[in-house]
Design a protein around this ligand. Structure first.
Ligand SMILES: N[C@H](CCC[C@H](N)C(=O)O)C(=O)O
Length: 312
């Protein structure tokens, strides 16, 4: 290519070659997701590139779902999940649905098996476009979350914020969906709590050696709850699928709800079913917005020429 030749001659890297990774900006119920296609390449998206993309208005994301070639027999892909701050997460429910929709749109495939740091994740897209992800089994042991000290009963641990004698939030349930979650149960509307202020303090509390995703949940019926989440490595988000799963299993485990619940998050509703075989099934939508190509080293990107889809 002539431009590449001139760029090489002048010591510049060919910008077109650097923008080697196709990506789609997608929406998982308001969770802002970048799905990046690194199949056939040994490259990874660098933490610097992630932070650069996060800092740009157009590509601002909660998670990047980086699709890599499979490493294990029987899996379709290895997925690396990158938070806004460049850290890696083990699980991302909403992002997984976006990956299913992105890959499914290539050839009509409806069933997928992915390797993630949280283990093997199975997902299925139904005729109506709703996507169900088998998020695996929750874990409740204090070392599994992990917590910094032993708590025999993780249905409610000793942790509070606010005045000692009148805490604003206290006694969260904790659970791992591969990634760490704390859920504070509240009586009032979840919007009446200043999660933006408490979230960062709790995310970094020394009780959570790997930090934690922090949610507040109000049980509204035996089959529904409302949830807001401060995500580890991200901040306030409109939806967090793994938090919805952690909240649903914790609600059932503490007798607050049944095992099948609708979890209403700021971006909409997720259906969560903690099956008798201990697997947690999460069902919800995924929406394609626009696509482009990015440089996995720097986060520079170009948009493809096309119309942007209307947000769902
Ligand atoms: N948005 C994601 C969760 C990302 C979790 C991440 N913030 C972490 O564990 O570090 C979801 O839908 O499950």
């Amino acid at each position: 290519m002539i431009i590449g030749h001139i760029a090489a001659m002048s010591g510049e890297t060919d910008p077109d070659a650097r923008m080697s990774v196709p990506f789609a900006r997608m929406n998982g119920l308001g969770n802002e997701i970048v799905v990046a296609d690194l199949r056939g390449s040994k490259t990874r998206i660098s933490p610097q590139a992630a932070r650069a993309l996060a800092g740009h208005e157009a590509t601002r994301f909660d998670q990047i779902m980086a699709i890599h070639d499979p490493r294990l027999d029987g899996t379709d892909a290895l997925i690396r999940i990158i938070n806004r701050d460049g850290s890696e997460a083990e699980a991302c429910g909403n992002g997984t649905r976006c990956v299913v929709q992105a890959l499914g749109s290539e050839n009509g495939q409806r069933d997928f098996t992915f390797e993630t740091r949280a283990g093997i994740i199975i997902a299925h897209e139904a005729d109506d476009g709703m996507i169900t992800v088998d998020m695996g089994r929750p874990r409740f042991g204090w070392e599994d979350i992990p917590l910094a000290e032993e708590f025999r009963d993780t249905r409610a641990i000793e942790l509070q914020i606010g005045p000692i004698d009148a805490p604003v939030l206290h006694s969260p349930s904790v659970a791992s969906m591969g990634n760490p979650h704390a859920i504070f149960w509240v009586k009032n509307d979840v919007w009446s709590y200043d999660l933006e202020r408490f979230g960062p303090v709790l995310e970094h509390h020394p009780i959570f050696p790997e930090r934690a995703n922090i949610s507040i949940a109000q049980v509204t019926a035996s089959d529904s709850l409302t949830l807001r989440t401060w995500e580890r490595g991200v901040g306030l988000t409109l939806a967090c699928g793994s938090a919805a799963c952690a909240a649903a299993v914790s609600a059932a485990r503490t007798g607050r709800t049944d095992r099948a619940v609708t979890v209403t998050v700021p971006g909409g509703d997720l259906l969560i079913h903690w099956r008798e075989d201990d697997k947690v099934m999460m069902t919800g939508p995924a929406t394609w917005m626009w696509s482009g190509r990015l440089d996995p080293a720097t986060g520079d990107f170009v948009r493809d020429a096309q119309e942007e889809a209307e947000p769902a």
